[in-house]
Design a protein. Sequence first.
Length: 412
Amino acid sequence: MVPSDSLSQRRNPAVPRLILRNWRDHDCVAAAMLSAIGQRGARLRDNLATWVDTSVKLLIQPEHGIAPLVAAIRHARTSVNIVIFRFDRAEIEAALKAAAGRGVAVTALIASTNNGGEKELRKLEMRLLAAGVTVSRSARDLARYHDKLLIIDRTVLYMLSFNLTCLDVDHSRSFGIVTSKKAVVHEALKLLEADNERRSYEAGLNTFIVSPVNARKELVGLIRRARKQLLIYDPHLVDVRMLKALQEQRQNGVDVKVIGSAGRGGHRLNVRVLAGFRLHARAIIRDRREAFVGSQSLRKAELDSRREVGLIVRDVKVVRRLRDTFQADWAATESAEVNRVTPRQLTKTLDAQMRQLSRLDPVVKAALKDVVSKTDGSAMLTTRQVKAAVEKAVKEAVRERVQEMLNESAQE
Protein backbone atom coordinates (compact mmCIF):
# COMPACT_ATOMS: atom_id res chain seq x y z
CA MET A 1 0.00 0.00 0.00
CA VAL A 2 1.35 3.46 -0.91
CA PRO A 3 2.16 5.52 2.21
CA SER A 4 0.40 8.85 2.50
CA ASP A 5 3.57 10.93 2.62
CA SER A 6 5.76 9.33 -0.03
CA LEU A 7 5.55 7.69 -3.43
CA SER A 8 8.36 5.65 -4.96
CA GLN A 9 8.90 4.08 -8.37
CA ARG A 10 11.44 1.25 -8.14
CA ARG A 11 10.30 -1.53 -10.46
CA ASN A 12 11.71 0.00 -13.66
CA PRO A 13 15.28 1.35 -13.34
CA ALA A 14 14.62 3.58 -16.36
CA VAL A 15 12.04 5.48 -14.32
CA PRO A 16 13.60 7.83 -11.76
CA ARG A 17 12.57 7.62 -8.12
CA LEU A 18 9.91 10.20 -7.28
CA ILE A 19 8.96 11.41 -3.84
CA LEU A 20 5.57 12.97 -3.19
CA ARG A 21 5.72 14.98 0.02
CA ASN A 22 2.27 16.46 -0.29
CA TRP A 23 -0.65 14.81 -2.05
CA ARG A 24 -1.83 18.25 -3.13
CA ASP A 25 1.16 18.34 -5.50
CA HIS A 26 -0.37 15.49 -7.54
CA ASP A 27 -0.48 17.55 -10.78
CA CYS A 28 3.28 18.21 -10.66
CA VAL A 29 4.01 14.55 -9.93
CA ALA A 30 1.76 13.38 -12.77
CA ALA A 31 3.61 15.67 -15.18
CA ALA A 32 7.02 14.47 -13.94
CA MET A 33 6.06 10.81 -14.26
CA LEU A 34 4.72 11.35 -17.76
CA SER A 35 7.92 13.09 -18.78
CA ALA A 36 10.05 10.26 -17.40
CA ILE A 37 8.01 7.54 -19.03
CA GLY A 38 7.78 9.30 -22.38
CA GLN A 39 4.88 9.89 -24.73
CA ARG A 40 2.61 6.84 -24.59
CA GLY A 41 -0.57 8.40 -26.00
CA ALA A 42 -3.59 10.21 -24.64
CA ARG A 43 -4.99 7.14 -22.86
CA LEU A 44 -1.86 6.65 -20.72
CA ARG A 45 -1.76 10.36 -19.91
CA ASP A 46 -5.40 10.41 -18.77
CA ASN A 47 -5.12 7.19 -16.77
CA LEU A 48 -1.98 8.30 -14.92
CA ALA A 49 -3.36 11.72 -14.08
CA THR A 50 -6.50 10.06 -12.72
CA TRP A 51 -4.52 7.52 -10.68
CA VAL A 52 -2.45 10.17 -8.93
CA ASP A 53 -5.46 12.47 -8.37
CA THR A 54 -6.64 12.55 -4.74
CA SER A 55 -8.50 15.84 -5.03
CA VAL A 56 -11.93 14.29 -5.68
CA LYS A 57 -14.10 12.53 -3.10
CA LEU A 58 -17.63 11.13 -3.06
CA LEU A 59 -20.43 11.70 -0.55
CA ILE A 60 -23.11 9.00 -0.44
CA GLN A 61 -26.44 9.59 1.25
CA PRO A 62 -27.87 8.52 3.56
CA GLU A 63 -24.62 6.81 4.66
CA HIS A 64 -22.47 9.91 5.22
CA GLY A 65 -25.17 12.13 6.67
CA ILE A 66 -24.84 15.84 7.40
CA ALA A 67 -21.62 15.66 9.47
CA PRO A 68 -19.08 16.21 6.63
CA LEU A 69 -20.80 19.43 5.58
CA VAL A 70 -21.07 20.74 9.13
CA ALA A 71 -17.38 19.97 9.70
CA ALA A 72 -16.40 21.75 6.48
CA ILE A 73 -18.19 24.94 7.54
CA ARG A 74 -16.78 24.75 11.06
CA HIS A 75 -13.22 24.51 9.71
CA ALA A 76 -13.60 27.39 7.25
CA ARG A 77 -10.96 30.07 7.84
CA THR A 78 -11.72 32.86 5.40
CA SER A 79 -14.96 32.28 3.49
CA VAL A 80 -18.05 30.15 3.02
CA ASN A 81 -20.25 30.41 -0.09
CA ILE A 82 -23.46 28.41 -0.12
CA VAL A 83 -26.33 28.01 -2.58
CA ILE A 84 -29.65 26.88 -1.08
CA PHE A 85 -32.80 25.54 -2.70
CA ARG A 86 -34.54 23.71 0.17
CA PHE A 87 -33.38 23.85 3.76
CA ASP A 88 -34.34 22.62 7.21
CA ARG A 89 -31.04 21.50 8.77
CA ALA A 90 -30.52 23.33 12.05
CA GLU A 91 -26.92 22.06 12.25
CA ILE A 92 -25.95 23.76 9.00
CA GLU A 93 -27.69 26.98 9.98
CA ALA A 94 -25.89 27.00 13.34
CA ALA A 95 -22.54 26.36 11.65
CA LEU A 96 -23.09 29.22 9.16
CA LYS A 97 -24.00 31.62 11.97
CA ALA A 98 -21.00 30.55 14.05
CA ALA A 99 -18.68 31.02 11.07
CA ALA A 100 -19.98 34.55 10.50
CA GLY A 101 -19.57 35.21 14.21
CA ARG A 102 -15.86 34.33 14.17
CA GLY A 103 -15.16 36.63 11.24
CA VAL A 104 -15.49 34.27 8.27
CA ALA A 105 -17.06 35.92 5.23
CA VAL A 106 -20.27 33.90 4.76
CA THR A 107 -22.47 34.46 1.71
CA ALA A 108 -25.70 32.63 0.90
CA LEU A 109 -27.50 32.63 -2.44
CA ILE A 110 -31.05 31.48 -1.70
CA ALA A 111 -33.61 30.40 -4.27
CA SER A 112 -36.37 32.91 -4.90
CA THR A 113 -38.88 30.08 -5.28
CA ASN A 114 -39.08 26.34 -4.67
CA ASN A 115 -42.79 25.54 -4.93
CA GLY A 116 -44.25 25.31 -1.48
CA GLY A 117 -41.31 26.34 0.67
CA GLU A 118 -40.85 30.04 -0.13
CA LYS A 119 -42.19 31.12 3.25
CA GLU A 120 -39.49 29.13 5.06
CA LEU A 121 -36.77 30.43 2.73
CA ARG A 122 -37.72 34.02 3.50
CA LYS A 123 -37.58 33.28 7.24
CA LEU A 124 -34.15 31.68 6.74
CA GLU A 125 -32.93 34.79 4.93
CA MET A 126 -33.88 37.00 7.87
CA ARG A 127 -32.24 34.71 10.42
CA LEU A 128 -29.01 34.57 8.45
CA LEU A 129 -28.98 38.32 7.89
CA ALA A 130 -29.38 38.87 11.61
CA ALA A 131 -26.31 36.67 12.21
CA GLY A 132 -24.11 38.68 9.86
CA VAL A 133 -24.38 36.49 6.75
CA THR A 134 -24.47 38.24 3.38
CA VAL A 135 -27.64 37.03 1.71
CA SER A 136 -28.74 37.34 -1.91
CA ARG A 137 -31.72 35.90 -3.75
CA SER A 138 -31.72 34.16 -7.12
CA ALA A 139 -33.22 35.89 -10.14
CA ARG A 140 -36.50 34.86 -11.73
CA ASP A 141 -35.21 34.70 -15.29
CA LEU A 142 -35.16 30.89 -15.17
CA ALA A 143 -38.00 28.61 -14.14
CA ARG A 144 -36.05 27.62 -11.04
CA TYR A 145 -32.59 27.84 -9.45
CA HIS A 146 -32.19 24.26 -8.30
CA ASP A 147 -28.41 23.95 -7.81
CA LYS A 148 -26.82 23.14 -4.46
CA LEU A 149 -23.24 24.25 -3.89
CA LEU A 150 -20.93 24.84 -0.93
CA ILE A 151 -17.47 26.40 -1.39
CA ILE A 152 -15.05 26.57 1.53
CA ASP A 153 -12.21 29.14 1.56
CA ARG A 154 -12.49 29.42 -2.23
CA THR A 155 -10.46 26.20 -2.49
CA VAL A 156 -12.86 23.28 -1.89
CA LEU A 157 -16.15 22.71 -3.70
CA TYR A 158 -19.00 20.56 -2.45
CA MET A 159 -21.29 19.92 -5.44
CA LEU A 160 -24.45 18.32 -4.07
CA SER A 161 -27.33 16.54 -5.74
CA PHE A 162 -29.26 16.65 -2.45
CA ASN A 163 -30.90 19.49 -0.58
CA LEU A 164 -29.90 20.38 2.95
CA THR A 165 -33.02 18.76 4.40
CA CYS A 166 -33.72 15.84 6.71
CA LEU A 167 -35.62 14.06 3.94
CA ASP A 168 -32.81 14.29 1.37
CA VAL A 169 -29.88 13.63 3.71
CA ASP A 170 -31.31 11.03 6.07
CA HIS A 171 -33.92 9.19 4.02
CA SER A 172 -32.89 9.39 0.36
CA ARG A 173 -30.29 7.95 -1.98
CA SER A 174 -28.23 10.83 -3.28
CA PHE A 175 -24.64 11.87 -3.90
CA GLY A 176 -22.22 14.75 -3.64
CA ILE A 177 -18.80 15.43 -5.15
CA VAL A 178 -16.07 17.11 -3.11
CA THR A 179 -13.15 18.51 -5.08
CA SER A 180 -10.20 20.85 -4.62
CA LYS A 181 -9.32 20.92 -8.32
CA LYS A 182 -8.50 24.54 -9.01
CA ALA A 183 -10.13 24.69 -12.43
CA VAL A 184 -13.40 23.25 -11.12
CA VAL A 185 -13.51 25.46 -8.02
CA HIS A 186 -12.72 28.49 -10.17
CA GLU A 187 -15.59 27.63 -12.51
CA ALA A 188 -18.00 27.21 -9.59
CA LEU A 189 -16.97 30.60 -8.19
CA LYS A 190 -17.45 32.14 -11.64
CA LEU A 191 -20.98 30.72 -11.84
CA LEU A 192 -21.79 31.84 -8.30
CA GLU A 193 -20.57 35.35 -9.02
CA ALA A 194 -22.66 35.54 -12.19
CA ASP A 195 -25.81 34.30 -10.44
CA ASN A 196 -25.25 36.62 -7.47
CA GLU A 197 -24.89 39.60 -9.78
CA ARG A 198 -27.63 38.32 -12.12
CA ARG A 199 -25.33 38.24 -15.12
CA SER A 200 -25.16 35.65 -17.87
CA TYR A 201 -22.74 32.76 -17.39
CA GLU A 202 -20.55 31.28 -20.12
CA ALA A 203 -19.28 27.74 -19.63
CA GLY A 204 -15.52 27.45 -19.43
CA LEU A 205 -15.08 23.79 -18.50
CA ASN A 206 -16.70 20.84 -20.25
CA THR A 207 -16.77 18.74 -17.08
CA PHE A 208 -18.62 21.45 -15.13
CA ILE A 209 -22.20 20.83 -16.21
CA VAL A 210 -24.56 23.80 -16.01
CA SER A 211 -28.18 23.99 -17.14
CA PRO A 212 -29.31 25.53 -19.37
CA VAL A 213 -25.83 26.41 -20.69
CA ASN A 214 -23.95 23.22 -21.60
CA ALA A 215 -25.81 20.41 -19.83
CA ARG A 216 -27.63 18.94 -22.82
CA LYS A 217 -24.55 18.93 -25.04
CA GLU A 218 -22.17 17.43 -22.46
CA LEU A 219 -24.57 14.81 -21.10
CA VAL A 220 -25.63 13.50 -24.48
CA GLY A 221 -21.91 13.37 -25.30
CA LEU A 222 -21.31 11.31 -22.15
CA ILE A 223 -24.04 8.88 -23.17
CA ARG A 224 -22.70 8.52 -26.72
CA ARG A 225 -19.15 7.84 -25.47
CA ALA A 226 -20.32 4.60 -23.85
CA ARG A 227 -19.03 1.41 -25.41
CA LYS A 228 -20.06 -1.22 -22.88
CA GLN A 229 -22.24 0.07 -20.06
CA LEU A 230 -24.36 2.96 -18.79
CA LEU A 231 -25.68 2.89 -15.21
CA ILE A 232 -28.16 5.67 -14.47
CA TYR A 233 -29.91 7.03 -11.39
CA ASP A 234 -32.77 9.31 -12.45
CA PRO A 235 -36.24 9.87 -10.96
CA HIS A 236 -37.49 11.65 -14.09
CA LEU A 237 -35.78 10.32 -17.23
CA VAL A 238 -38.27 11.66 -19.78
CA ASP A 239 -36.38 13.91 -22.22
CA VAL A 240 -37.11 12.69 -25.75
CA ARG A 241 -33.63 13.34 -27.15
CA MET A 242 -31.88 11.74 -24.18
CA LEU A 243 -34.13 8.67 -24.38
CA LYS A 244 -33.41 8.41 -28.09
CA ALA A 245 -29.65 8.49 -27.41
CA LEU A 246 -30.03 5.78 -24.76
CA GLN A 247 -32.13 3.60 -27.08
CA GLU A 248 -29.50 3.97 -29.81
CA GLN A 249 -26.79 2.90 -27.39
CA ARG A 250 -28.86 -0.08 -26.28
CA GLN A 251 -29.26 -1.12 -29.92
CA ASN A 252 -25.48 -0.81 -30.32
CA GLY A 253 -24.99 -3.38 -27.59
CA VAL A 254 -24.41 -1.08 -24.62
CA ASP A 255 -25.81 -2.43 -21.33
CA VAL A 256 -28.17 0.34 -20.16
CA LYS A 257 -29.65 0.10 -16.67
CA VAL A 258 -31.79 2.73 -14.96
CA ILE A 259 -32.77 3.02 -11.31
CA GLY A 260 -35.71 5.40 -11.19
CA SER A 261 -38.28 5.97 -13.92
CA ALA A 262 -38.28 6.44 -17.68
CA GLY A 263 -40.83 8.02 -20.01
CA ARG A 264 -42.61 6.43 -22.95
CA GLY A 265 -39.51 6.49 -25.10
CA GLY A 266 -37.72 4.33 -22.57
CA HIS A 267 -40.12 1.39 -22.58
CA ARG A 268 -37.40 -0.97 -23.83
CA LEU A 269 -34.80 0.15 -21.30
CA ASN A 270 -34.01 -1.97 -18.27
CA VAL A 271 -35.60 0.09 -15.48
CA ARG A 272 -35.99 -0.74 -11.80
CA VAL A 273 -37.46 1.04 -8.81
CA LEU A 274 -35.16 1.87 -5.91
CA ALA A 275 -36.04 -0.23 -2.86
CA GLY A 276 -35.67 0.78 0.76
CA PHE A 277 -35.70 4.54 0.54
CA ARG A 278 -36.54 7.53 -1.64
CA LEU A 279 -34.55 8.27 -4.80
CA HIS A 280 -33.14 11.77 -5.19
CA ALA A 281 -29.88 10.95 -7.00
CA ARG A 282 -29.07 12.07 -10.52
CA ALA A 283 -26.02 10.19 -11.77
CA ILE A 284 -24.63 8.45 -14.86
CA ILE A 285 -21.72 5.97 -14.71
CA ARG A 286 -20.07 5.27 -18.09
CA ASP A 287 -17.92 2.18 -18.79
CA ARG A 288 -16.29 2.27 -15.33
CA ARG A 289 -14.28 5.23 -16.63
CA GLU A 290 -16.23 8.39 -15.86
CA ALA A 291 -19.36 9.48 -14.03
CA PHE A 292 -21.73 12.41 -13.83
CA VAL A 293 -23.29 13.55 -10.56
CA GLY A 294 -25.54 16.59 -10.47
CA SER A 295 -28.86 18.19 -9.65
CA GLN A 296 -30.41 17.78 -13.11
CA SER A 297 -32.54 14.88 -14.25
CA LEU A 298 -32.63 13.99 -17.93
CA ARG A 299 -35.82 15.88 -18.62
CA LYS A 300 -36.38 18.97 -20.73
CA ALA A 301 -37.13 21.47 -17.95
CA GLU A 302 -33.99 20.60 -15.99
CA LEU A 303 -31.79 20.67 -19.07
CA ASP A 304 -33.16 23.73 -20.83
CA SER A 305 -34.96 26.12 -18.47
CA ARG A 306 -33.60 25.76 -14.92
CA ARG A 307 -30.31 26.41 -13.18
CA GLU A 308 -28.86 23.00 -12.43
CA VAL A 309 -25.24 22.09 -11.76
CA GLY A 310 -23.27 18.86 -11.94
CA LEU A 311 -19.79 17.45 -12.49
CA ILE A 312 -18.29 14.78 -14.71
CA VAL A 313 -15.47 13.05 -12.83
CA ARG A 314 -12.91 10.45 -13.92
CA ASP A 315 -11.36 9.62 -10.57
CA VAL A 316 -11.02 5.81 -10.43
CA LYS A 317 -12.06 5.43 -6.79
CA VAL A 318 -15.07 7.73 -7.09
CA VAL A 319 -16.32 6.01 -10.25
CA ARG A 320 -15.82 2.60 -8.65
CA ARG A 321 -17.74 3.58 -5.50
CA LEU A 322 -20.60 4.96 -7.57
CA ARG A 323 -20.71 1.76 -9.62
CA ASP A 324 -20.58 -0.45 -6.50
CA THR A 325 -23.40 1.55 -4.92
CA PHE A 326 -25.48 1.24 -8.08
CA GLN A 327 -24.91 -2.52 -8.27
CA ALA A 328 -25.98 -2.95 -4.64
CA ASP A 329 -29.09 -0.81 -5.15
CA TRP A 330 -29.88 -2.67 -8.39
CA ALA A 331 -29.70 -6.02 -6.63
CA ALA A 332 -32.09 -4.77 -3.95
CA THR A 333 -34.70 -3.46 -6.34
CA GLU A 334 -37.66 -5.05 -8.04
CA SER A 335 -38.03 -5.08 -11.82
CA ALA A 336 -40.47 -2.55 -13.22
CA GLU A 337 -41.57 -2.04 -16.82
CA VAL A 338 -43.14 1.28 -15.87
CA ASN A 339 -42.30 3.25 -12.75
CA ARG A 340 -45.27 5.49 -12.01
CA VAL A 341 -46.05 6.24 -8.41
CA THR A 342 -49.64 7.18 -7.72
CA PRO A 343 -50.40 10.15 -5.42
CA ARG A 344 -51.80 7.71 -2.86
CA GLN A 345 -48.59 5.64 -2.85
CA LEU A 346 -46.49 8.79 -2.59
CA THR A 347 -48.54 10.06 0.35
CA LYS A 348 -48.14 6.73 2.17
CA THR A 349 -44.37 6.76 1.57
CA LEU A 350 -44.00 10.31 2.86
CA ASP A 351 -46.17 9.52 5.87
CA ALA A 352 -43.87 6.62 6.74
CA GLN A 353 -40.82 8.86 6.34
CA MET A 354 -42.33 11.52 8.58
CA ARG A 355 -42.86 8.93 11.33
CA GLN A 356 -39.15 8.11 11.16
CA LEU A 357 -38.13 11.69 11.83
CA SER A 358 -37.06 12.61 15.34
CA ARG A 359 -39.44 14.50 17.57
CA LEU A 360 -36.75 17.15 17.69
CA ASP A 361 -36.75 17.57 13.91
CA PRO A 362 -36.25 21.24 12.93
CA VAL A 363 -39.88 21.45 11.78
CA VAL A 364 -41.09 20.53 15.26
CA LYS A 365 -38.51 22.79 16.92
CA ALA A 366 -39.69 25.69 14.82
CA ALA A 367 -43.30 24.99 15.79
CA LEU A 368 -42.42 24.94 19.49
CA LYS A 369 -40.48 28.21 19.19
CA ASP A 370 -43.50 29.73 17.48
CA VAL A 371 -45.68 28.81 20.46
CA VAL A 372 -43.17 30.26 22.92
CA SER A 373 -42.82 33.47 20.91
CA LYS A 374 -46.55 34.13 21.25
CA THR A 375 -46.29 34.41 25.04
CA ASP A 376 -44.76 37.35 26.86
CA GLY A 377 -42.82 35.19 29.29
CA SER A 378 -45.09 35.99 32.20
CA ALA A 379 -48.28 34.43 30.90
CA MET A 380 -49.63 31.55 32.95
CA LEU A 381 -50.78 28.70 30.74
CA THR A 382 -52.60 25.61 31.89
CA THR A 383 -51.39 22.17 30.82
CA ARG A 384 -54.40 21.86 28.52
CA GLN A 385 -53.66 25.22 26.89
CA VAL A 386 -50.00 24.30 26.33
CA LYS A 387 -50.95 20.93 24.85
CA ALA A 388 -53.53 22.47 22.53
CA ALA A 389 -51.17 25.23 21.38
CA VAL A 390 -48.30 22.84 20.71
CA GLU A 391 -50.49 20.31 18.89
CA LYS A 392 -51.89 23.04 16.65
CA ALA A 393 -48.47 24.50 15.85
CA VAL A 394 -46.90 21.11 15.17
CA LYS A 395 -49.80 20.00 12.96
CA GLU A 396 -49.52 23.17 10.91
CA ALA A 397 -45.76 22.84 10.59
CA VAL A 398 -45.92 19.18 9.63
CA ARG A 399 -48.74 19.83 7.15
CA GLU A 400 -46.64 22.51 5.46
CA ARG A 401 -43.58 20.21 5.36
CA VAL A 402 -45.50 17.24 3.95
CA GLN A 403 -47.01 19.44 1.25
CA GLU A 404 -43.52 20.70 0.45
CA MET A 405 -42.27 17.11 0.18
CA LEU A 406 -45.13 16.19 -2.13
CA ASN A 407 -44.37 19.17 -4.35
CA GLU A 408 -40.66 18.35 -4.34
CA SER A 409 -41.15 14.68 -5.21
CA ALA A 410 -43.61 15.49 -7.96
CA GLN A 411 -41.69 18.31 -9.61
CA GLU A 412 -37.94 18.07 -8.92
